[in-house]
Design a protein around this ligand. Structure first.
Ligand code: C5P
Length: 198
């Protein structure tokens, strides 16, 4: 059975958690496409060459989840040749037998326009920055909240205003705004949407 779930949205809206939960619930494979761009950004050197030669070791680096790696990812993600180099791998993953969940920025719009279910998971910039700040330790976080909020806004701006595959909800996507939801509520909403299409 082929069944593709596309989950897009801005940084720290809950996409990753929701995607993993949906994949676990239905027994689908999951691809965090942000990790591909993070690995390209972290590798350094020529980003197009990095994208064409990504290895499993590049994707297993322990430093991919940092704020800095996220910023580096969004800088290489504006380069059309980098996006083109990563396209086939993502499409093949989406078409695998047994069902697939892909999360990112352009899955419903560019990578899998024919996805069976498209979700756009979002939350206000303030809520997303607060979640990142709490993840980093809250009052003991190495960075103040205001700085994290500024970075969230900067990354949103770059992701939404780039020419190639900008972050936006596909016309046929269902939006889940997690600003006032617990993670369990958001996961339940996503699972219900997928179940309705299976
Ligand atoms: O989702 P995550 O925060 O890991 O993504 C890191 C960056 O990679 C994003 O800010 C975005 O610039 C880029 N990205 C993208 N397209 C995707 C996934 C991520 O441009 N499908």
């Amino acid at each position: 059975m082929k069944f593709t779930v596309a989950i897009d949205g801005p940084a720290a809206a809950g996409k990753g958690t929701i995607s993993r939960a949906v994949a676990d619930h239905f027994g689908f494979a999951h691809l965090d496409t942000g990790a591909l761009y993070r690995a390209v950004g972290a590798k350094g050197g020529d980003p197009v060459a990095a994208a064409l030669n990504l290895s499993a070791a590049d994707l297993a680096r322990p430093d991919l989840r940092t704020l800095e790696a996220g910023q580096a990812a969004s800088r290489v993600a504006v380069i059309p040749e980098v996006r083109a180099a990563l396209l086939d791998f993502q499409r093949r993953f989406a078409g695998r037998e047994g069902g697939a969940v892909l999360d990112g920025r352009d899955i419903g719009t560019v990578i899998c326009p024919e996805a069976n279910v498209k979700l756009f998971v979002t939350a206000s910039a303030e809520v997303r920055a607060r979640r990142r700040w709490l993840e980093l330790g809250g009052e003991t976080a190495p960075r103040p909240y205001a700085e994290i909020l500024a970075e969230v806004r900067e990354r949103d701006d770059r992701d939404m205003n780039r020419a190639d595959a900008p972050l936006r909800a596909a016309d046929d996507a269902v939006t889940i705004d997690t600003s006032d939801m617990t993670i369990d509520e958001a996961v339940a909403a996503a699972i219900a949407r997928v179940a309705a299409r299976l």
